[in-house]
Write a protein that binds this ligand. Structure first.
Ligand code: C2E
Ligand code: CA
Ligand code: CA
Length: 956
């Protein structure tokens, strides 16, 4: 179709074009009129001017006749002719000069004509006036007096015409020229008008007819398309109607005209060629029992002006009965009476049979099959509900169909909103509905069901679901059980590591999103192992359950409490605050509350055993920006271990420095293994001297000299080796090395009690294979066991004094010396000292360092020495740095002295060299069966001369 705007513009162009052409035609008409009238005027002018010449000749002729005739009558006639002609000439001249509107003679305006007429010497005016004056004289002169040779007669017959003729010819010529040029001008004008008309026509063609033609063509084309589309649609509609067994009809109420679509004929089993469609004939096809309901439905549609639908039977002429579904819609304005009804008829015979069949079959399917309809006004219904509802809900399907709400009322209140929202979403998006929810049956039983439904949109905007609901209670229970097992700790019911990780991840995200701090707490029950070992696992489990219960009381329900296994628990606290300071305060307060709660006595087991326990807690805050769950767990673990180290029953906040320390530890521990494998470790010896200042042994001290790097002190790497367990292979290596060195030394003449001491760490000692390993090494190296001393600290014996004593006794029986190292640093009870099979007591360097000038420290040291003596132990002092310390210790009865004062720890080769200074090696001292006084005496000298300087070079 042409757009209205274009139509308007075309119309305007057309009007303008037509107006222009009309103007041009009018102009042309008036120009032609003017041409004609001008031509007429000019011809009368030319005639008149030409006539003047004739008149002149006539006057000349008749005046000559007057003068020459003898006959009276002829004279009179000539005279009358002259008179009349004079008058005519006058009149003509007057008309030519002054114009005559009546005769269309214009007044002379042309310059050339004016000069022809008005020239004072040779002007036509003058010539005519004079000619007519002479003519008048001749006319008035009597016959007798008239002489042909009179000047007047001569003038009239010769001179007059002679003068006048050329003048009149010139005037006529000028008149003709003027007429011609006027015609030429008008011709030009006419040509202009013709061209303008042609142009206007061309414009009209270009700007009006061409576009109009285009538009008309497009409109025609689109009309053709629409027609073909319409017929296509109609064909498709008919095909669809055929497929769906649906036909449509229309009924005009006033004319009673009824129109059927092809499909209705088919449904009714009649031919469109033979069956005459009308209300009456169509009613004859309706089953007699149903005629009434059909009629009343149609009346209802007309009266209430509302669509109606109904099912009824028709009987085909061949007697075949069909069930049809009819929908009727009145077509009208609400304010006017209904004029037309339109409707569809669908053959639902097969469908009905199928649905009856389905209904029968569905009765055998466990579960509830339904059709649920949700209308735009939020009302709902169950057009179909299977018998399964009785089994599932205990409600008859008829009841559900009458009151759909009854089902919703039984849905668990926690699930109802979700079920409803999902159904609404399914309706909106026309995507299948799927949900699991609980149904509360009468009698407090709750079952789990799962429902599926596929929605479709109905013509009136309602949604109809075809669905199925079945009982999944058993499955749900097993699922829940699996879920519980997968996510919860079966003992305490707290979250397990997996759930903790999920929740922690969420807490990190929420902290990031809400810009606040959350915190994580990790706690470990102190000495839990002991409880487990002494009271049995059941009591241990009871404690853990109680811990879980107490923890729940300390935090909010929304916080996560997890048991990671053993006696380790983690708590994630959310929303600790948006300021770090506040969050810290709050988290520490909660941690403190937990610590306190867990420190309260526990009453455990059947025997109501009262148990005192405590927990060590680590706390770490997180803001969600940089940390992942594992990193956070590591941090809080670090903090918790610090709490343990600080003496347990403590709360410790995570510190970055601590983490750095730990990571350096782990770096060291990984390098240490490598060091052990690549001979980066070596065993140095620090000589030990007797009271006489002679070497009586040495303590083996480990050195780690990584190639290209600074030496790492044993103070740093030994604790790490202990932590990681590497101390066990390292310790074996030390023992092995010391044994080899003892074998090496056995070639030399040494005092009988000369021995090398090695340090045994607690971890090494408590290793169950310790004794076997020592025995194996000794056996392998076949050493004299009296040459080997083992230095142990009290920590080796703390855990299991009895086992420790046994091992020590065995070792002693083998001939080894047992030395208690670092005496004076721990809490040594005389009682336990007495029970231990020891040979030597080694006073810690710190005790020695303190003594100078402090009488109290001296007293402590004296007491320690006295205690050792009382137990018949050899007393060794380590860390002897000065002569004063040395003398003091000797005075107090110390047997052996070790320290920088005598020598620093040194390489084994240097140690041999050191010994050579005391003539103990073959180089300087000839092999003697035993020590003698000479050799002793020789050393004493050396000892007195500042040994520090002399041996400093050998040591490191
Ligand atoms: P420790 O058993 O108490 O060893 C004595 C420490 O005192 C040694 O430190 C030694 O070099 C140092 N020392 C000796 N004389 C003096 C002195 O006059 N002044 C001062 N300030 N210090 C002196 P080192 O070698 O650094 O060893 C540190 C600790 O490492 C040892 O303490 C021992 O506990 C451990 N350790 C060393 N080697 C071994 C080993 O082979 N096995 C085991 N398990 N531990 C070892
Ligand atoms: Ca030691
Ligand atoms: Ca020591």
């Amino acid at each position: 179709m042409i757009p209205p705007k274009t139509v308007r513009s075309l119309r305007l162009r057309y009007i303008v074009g037509l107006s222009v052409i009309a103007l041009l035609v009018t102009a042309s008409y008036f120009t032609m009129q003017r041409v004609i009238s001008d031509q007429r005027n000019f011809s009368s002018l030319v005639n008149l001017a030409g006539h003047q010449a004739g008149l002149v000749s006539r006057i000349a002729y008749f005046s000559k006749l007057m003068a020459t005739t003898e006959d009276e009558d002829e004279f009179n006639v000539a005279q009358a002719q002259v008179g009349r002609t004079i008058h005519k000439m006058y009149t003509a001249h007057f008309q030519l000069r002054n114009g005559d509107t009546e005769k269309g003679i214009p007044k002379i305006t042309n310059e050339k004509l004016l000069s022809i007429y008005e020239d004072p010497m040779f002007g036509l005016d003058l010539a005519i006036t004079r000619f007519l004056e002479y003519a008048q004289i001749v006319y008035e002169t009597d016959k007798r007096a008239l002489n042909p040779r009179s000047p007047a007669s001569i003038f009239l017959s010769t001179y007059g015409p002679h003068v006048l003729e050329p003048l009149l010819d010139a005037a006529v010529e000028e008149y003709q020229r003027i007429s011609k040029s006027a015609i030429v001008r008008i011709e030009h004008l006419e040509k202009g008008i013709w061209i303008a008309t042609i142009i206007a026509l061309i414009f009209e063609v270009i700007f009006i007819f061409k576009p109009l033609e285009g538009h008309i063509r497009t409109t025609l084309h689109s009309l053709e398309n629409s027609i073909s589309n319409l017929s296509g649609t109609r064909e498709r509609l008919l095909a669809a109607q055929k497929l769906a067994s649906v036909g449509d009809w229309q009924f005009q109420l006033d004319t009673k005209e009824l129109i059927w679509s092809e499909q209705i004929f088919q449904i009714c089993g009649v031919s469109p060629k033979t069956f005459l469609v009308s209300m009456e004939t169509s009613q004859q096809l309706i089953h007699p029992d149903d005629v009434k309901i059909v009629r009343s439905a149609l009346f209802r549609a007309v009266r209430h002006k509302q669509p109606v639908s109904l099912e009824y039977r028709i009987v085909r002429p061949n007697g075949n009965e069909r069930l049809v579904y009819q929908q009727v819609a009145p077509i009208t304005d609400m304010s006017l009476p209904v004029k037309r009804l339109a409707g569809t008829i669908q053959d639902i015979t097969e469908r009905k049979e199928l649905s009856t069949l389905l209904e029968k079959q569905s009765e055998n399917i466990p579960g509830f099959i339904f059709q649920f309809r949700l209308n735009p006004d939020s009302s709902c219904s169950f057009p179909y509900a299977s018998r399964g509802s009785e089994e599932l809900w205990g409600i008859r399907p008829e009841t559900i169909r009458q009151n759909p709400q009854i089902l919703f009322d039984m849905i668990h209140s926690n699930d109802l909103a979700r079920v409803r929202n999902k159904a609404i979403a399914s309706s909106r998006k026309l995507k299948s509905w799927r949900d699991q929810f609980r149904i509360c049956l009468p009698g407090e039983e709750t079952i789990w069901v799962e429902g599926h439904g596929t929605p479709e949109r109905l013509a009136n905007g309602s949604t109809l679901w075809y669905g199925y609901i079945w009982n999944i209670t058993d499955r749900k229970h097993s699922e829940n059980r699996i879920l519980e097992l997968a996510l919860y700790d079966p003992l305490t019911g707290l979250a397990n590591r997996r759930l903790l990780q999920d929740n922690l991840k969420k807490a990190i995200l929420s902290a990031r999103r809400n810009q606040h701090y959350n915190s994580i707490l990790m706690l470990d029950m102190d000495n839990f192992k002991t409880l487990n070992d002494t009271q049995g696992h059941n009591t241990g489990d009871a404690l853990l359950v109680e811990v879980g219960r107490r923890l729940r009381k300390c935090v909010r329900d929304s916080d996560t409490i997890a048991r990671l296994g053993g006696d380790e628990f983690v708590i994630v606290l959310e929303g600790s605050g948006s300021l770090e300071k506040d969050a810290l305060k709050q988290s520490l307060a909660i941690a403190e509350k937990i610590r306190n709660t867990l420190a309260q006595p526990y009453i455990l087991g059947e025997h109501k055993h009262v148990h005192h326990a405590s927990a060590s807690l680590g706390v770490a805050l997180f803001h969600g920006n940089e940390l992942c769950e594992s990193e956070l767990l590591k941090r809080v673990d670090v903090a918790m271990y610090e709490a343990k180290e600080l003496g347990r029953n403590q709360v410790c906040l995570f510190r970055n420095e601590r983490l750095a320390q730990i990571s350096s530890h782990s770096a060291i521990s990984s390098k240490l293994q490598h060091a052990l494998d690549n001979n980066e470790l070596s065993l140095y010896y620090q000589p030990q001297m007797d009271a006489d200042g002679l070497p009586c042994g040495a303590e083996g001290l480990l050195r780690w000299l990584p190639p290209g790097n600074a030496p790492i002190s044993p103070g740093t790497f030994i604790p790490i080796a202990e932590e990681t367990g590497l101390i066990i292979p390292i310790g074996e290596w030390v023992l092995e090395t010391a044994c080899k060195n003892i074998t090496e030394l056995s070639r030399y003449q040494l005092p009988p009690d000369f021995a090398l001491a090695v340090n045994i760490s607690a971890r090494q000692f408590t290793d169950k294979d310790f004794l076997n390993k020592v025995q194996a090494i000794i056996a392998r190296n076949n050493i004299d066991t009296r040459r080997l001393k083992l230095e142990l600290t009290e920590s080796c014996l703390v855990q299991n004094m009895e086992r420790g004593s046994q091992i020590l006794s065995t070792l002693r029986e083998m001939g080894l010396h047992i030395e208690l190292d670092d005496f004076g640093t721990g809490y040594s009870s005389l009682n336990s000292l007495k029970r231990l099979p020891l040979d030597t007591l080694k006073l810690d360097g710190s005790l020695i360092r303190e003594i100078e000038g402090d009488s109290r420290d001296e007293a402590i040291l004296r007491a320690a020495i006295a205690m050792g003596k009382a137990l018949s132990l050899t007393i060794v002092a380590e860390g002897v740095e000065t002569l004063q310390q040395n003398d003091f210790l000797i005075n107090e009865g110390c047997d052996v002295l070790q320290g920088y004062y005598h020598a620093r720890p040194m390489h084994f080769e240097s140690f041999i060299e050191f010994l050579s200074k005391y003539s103990m090696t073959p180089d300087v001292y000839s092999p003697l069966p035993c020590l003698n006084n000479v050799y002793h005496e020789g050393f004493r000298e050396i000892l007195t001369v500042g040994k520090m300087d002399r041996f400093a070079a050998l040591s490191i």
